[in-house]
Design a protein around this ligand. Structure first.
Ligand SMILES: *Cc1c(COP(=O)(O)O)cnc(C)c1O
Length: 226
């Protein structure tokens, strides 16, 4: 069943790309496995999925440990809000963090990233619909934050993540995603190399792809309802 769901999501991605004239290979699929057990991740991996997203640090680390045998072929992304007291365990276990919204968190992750691991791949979370969704840096703060984060030695800044509120139709959803895409372009114009725009979930991945998403984070459509 998970294999079929993955196949359907991959087909949605291809179709969404084709509709807007994009190469389907330019959009990566992150399977969001929060609340589902390690054995379900194993099943998705057997169906060819390698990148997984977790919101809750403790739960994510427990799964990473339970799937040690697959560690070399799995990529673990921390996508949930991050408190200072959790940065060490994240720096020690995950490959990516999408939810950096302030410099202090980034500094701690850089200091705490173990020497034997490659730099932690990170995205800044930007709050594009101010007020509605409280996590994330304000768009006008994003460039300064990007400059600071890009200079941290044990992090590699890859891009931006945003989670706009659900909108009533495709165009308004796409417009919210486009606000994130504009911040992304402004940072690139500044000379900072970014390649990842983490936008879109089960319900709105087509609108995100129309706005330029390079990574969709999909839970429900792959694993079922939580
Ligand atoms: C849960 C979650 C997702 C996946 O959402 P679905 O609607 O289940 O696809 C994506 N991104 C973040 C940050 C999440 O917390």
């Amino acid at each position: 069943m998970i294999g079929d769901n993955l196949q359907q999501v991959r087909e949605r991605i291809v179709k969404a790309c084709t509709t807007v004239g994009r190469d389907p290979a330019s959009v990566h699929l992150l399977a969001v496995s929060k609340t589902f057990p390690a054995e379900v991740v194993r099943e998705a991996h057997a169906a060819g999925q390698t990148a997984f997203g977790e919101n809750y640090v403790q739960e994510g680390v427990a799964k990473i440990e339970a799937l040690r045998d697959l560690r070399q072929t799995l990529q673990w992304h921390c996508i949930g809000p991050l408190q200072s007291n959790k940065t060490r365990v994240v720096a020690e276990h995950f490959d990516w963090v999408h939810s950096i919204d302030r410099l202090k968190i980034a500094q701690r992750l850089s200091e705490q990233r173990p020497e034997h691991l490659p730099p932690l791949q990170v995205c800044l979370q930007v709050n594009v619909d101010a007020g509605a969704n409280k996590s994330g840096a304000a768009p006008h703060e994003a460039l300064a934050l990007a400059r600071s984060v890009a200079s941290l030695p044990r992090l590699r800044l890859r891009g931006l993540m945003a989670i706009p509120e659900p909108a009533p139709d495709f165009e308004s959803q796409r417009d919210l995603f486009l606000a994130a895409a504009r911040v992304f372009e402004a940072i690139r114009q500044d000379g900072i190399e970014l390649d990842t725009l983490s936008l879109g979930m089960s319900a709105d991945l087509e609108a995100a792809i129309a706005a330029g998403s390079t990574m969709v984070r999909v839970g429900t459509a792959i694993f079922g309802r939580r």
